[in-house]
Design a protein. Structure first.
Length: 167
């Protein structure tokens, strides 16, 4: 097979691509795509901070560009964001509930029960992959669910129940 020499136009396209990739790394991060993951924290912060203060905090500390109007809009569309967040949390809770043979609501509603089960009781899982999946779910619930204030979790649970009932 005969090797072709690169054409000048091809090299220019690669240079354009390299510059685009480099530029994307230098750009500010938009929080719009992360609003569902941030929503519980935005909701919690909104109890004490203005939407403008939340927007400025995200920008100043993390380079996340989310306008005060965007924060306000997310808070007005709270049902949508709570339901989406519940969809993120639900598989982790189901995994732990299955492995501990309790219902999912008990896991999400009762932190003391969750801790007792996950720290003192062996899970019923199959193989090393099942154990790893379980351990990941436990860690994610600790970091993403139980790190939230109890009031915030209770609010989200209302939306989880509504989204489950709608199916």
């Amino acid at each position: 097979m005969k090797r072709q020499n690169p054409k000048k136009e091809d090299l220019e396209v690669f240079e354009i691509g390299e510059r685009l990739a480099k530029h994307s790394q230098e750009r500010e991060i938009s929080a719009r795509g992360r609003i569902t993951e941030l929503f519980p924290y935005i909701y919690q912060a909104s109890r004490r901070m203005s939407t403008r203060a939340i927007s400025e905090f995200l920008d100043d500390n993390f380079g996340f560009k989310l306008s005060a109007v965007g924060v306000s809009r997310a808070l007005k569309e709270e049902r949508k964001h709570w339901e989406k967040f519940a969809e993120i949390v639900e598989p982790w809770a189901m995994e732990v509930a299955r492995a501990q043979e309790v219902d999912m609501d008990s896991i999400l509603e009762n932190e003391a029960l969750f801790l007792r089960l996950t720290e003192k009781q062996q899970p019923i899982v199959s193989g090393s992959v099942g154990l790893r999946t379980y351990q990941d779910a436990v860690e994610l619930l600790k970091r993403r669910w139980f790190a939230l204030d109890e009031e915030i979790r209770e609010n989200c649970l209302k939306f989880l129940s509504k989204s489950e009932g709608a199916e």
